[in-house]
Design a protein around this ligand. Structure first.
Ligand code: WQD
Length: 352
């Protein structure tokens, strides 16, 4: 049966579906005609994001979206999510989790509880509800401080901080269910997701002062922050500042749909791990200049010492995803800057 036929007869669950990547993936899945359940405790997201997604989707989408407010660690909340639609849940995209590296170093047990405990609770709920397909939101920080580039999925994954450890452990937990229960599992290792839907109606909405480069730059552009701090200009990179593989969040959303379609087509036990990046790392200063070019807004900055925990460079080899899914990131750094700014300019305080 074609993937669209299979998924048309069933529903999909998105844990953390109101978050940055979750909301963009939710929009693409709604536009593809799916029925969806979003389970979110709104700890690091806003229910307004769901309203905005419906605004962007077709008028009938509201009837295909079930909202369940709850915690991915709670069996009762998960059971409510799995039984929200009349149709069975055929697959899960598991976004819900904590993702701040420094916070994971300061509060490791919280990260083990939410990221691994939440994945375990989800897997047990999937068992109760006879669902055997899951796409898992993992991270490129599992590669630690690599020396060789671009990074393939076979590269070493040293335990550098609790955030990466919890994501890797969750990958391994789900992989063990492929062997024991015959599940179909995909772990997607995101590089640096940035930008926003071109409408400017949904986007990244970090609480407090942003840790990440892109939202920090857009808040400087919006006048909410005075200037950018560039953490280090003495890295072994092209211009001395850190290099990362930034990927447009819409490319990332589309990669999730391609992954779901691929898993739906698999007749039996399947385990895949994929890097999701563009294959082209850019430095902090290159991003600043690209943003200034794309928006005609100057971004003042001062150079400070390196930030603890930062690695010089992360850059994906996107070949596995291209070969397996026929997917490649297509949006440029300029589009990331333009779309990220359109969101920030229209929503100076995010969803608040
Ligand atoms: C990017 C570059 C900084 C802020 C983090 C998480 C990772 C993932 C993506 C979840 C680095 C520099 C940053 C600033 C700067 N999230 N920088 N000034 O650290 O690569 O990854 O987000 O999966 O888990 O760790 O992203 O945007 O924080 O940093 O100079 O104010 O920008 O040094 O070189 P990072 P980032």
């Amino acid at each position: 049966m074609s993937p669209s036929a299979v998924t048309a007869m069933a529903a999909l669950l998105l844990t953390g579906g109101a978050g940055f990547i979750g909301s963009h993936t939710l929009l693409v899945l709604l536009q593809a005609g799916h029925e969806l359940v979003v389970l979110d405790n709104f700890a690091n997201s806003s229910p307004i994001a769901l309203d905005r997604v419906l605004e962007l989707a077709s008028p009938d989408a509201a009837g295909r979206l079930h909202r369940v407010e709850g915690d991915v660690r709670s069996a009762a909340d998960l059971d409510r999510a799995f039984t929200a639609p009349a149709k069975p849940i055929a697959g899960v995209v598991h976004f819900a989790g904590l993702k701040a590296v420094r916070e994971s170093v300061e509060q490791p047990l919280l990260y083990w509880d939410v990221n691994l405990g939440g994945t375990r609770a989800l897997a047990e709920a999937m068992g109760r509800h006879h669902c055997d397909l899951v796409v898992f939101s993992s991270t490129a920080t599992v590669y630690g401080e690599p020396q060789e580039f671009p990074l393939t999925e076979a590269m070493p994954t040293p335990p550098v901080h609790p955030y990466a450890q919890t994501k890797l452990a969750a990958e391994q937990m789900l992989a063990s269910l492929v062997r024991s229960e015959g599940w179909r599992v995909a772990s997607l290792r995101y590089f640096n997701p940035v930008g926003a839907h071109p409408s400017g109606r949904i986007g990244e909405d970090p609480s407090g002062i942003p840790n990440n480069l892109f939202p920090y730059i857009t808040q400087v552009a919006a006048g909410r922050l005075e200037h950018l701090r560039v953490f280090g200009e003495d890295y072994p990179t092209r211009d001395g500042s850190g290099e990362r593989d930034y990927i447009h969040v819409m490319d990332l959303a589309e990669a999730h749909v391609a992954t779901l379609d691929h898993l739906m087509q698999q007749p039996g036990p399947t385990q895949i791990t994929l890097n999701l990046g563009t294959g082209e790392a850019r430095s902090v200063l290159e991003v600043v200049h690209a943003f200034e070019q794309a928006t005609d807004i100057a971004i003042p900055y001062e150079v400070l010492p390196r930030r603890a925990g930062d690695v010089p460079k992360l850059e994906a080899s996107p070949e596995s995803a291209a070969k397996l899914l026929g997917w490649r990131a297509s949006r440029s750094l300029e589009q990331m800057c333009r779309d990220g700014w359109a969101w920030q300019q229209a929503n100076p305080n995010g969803y608040r």
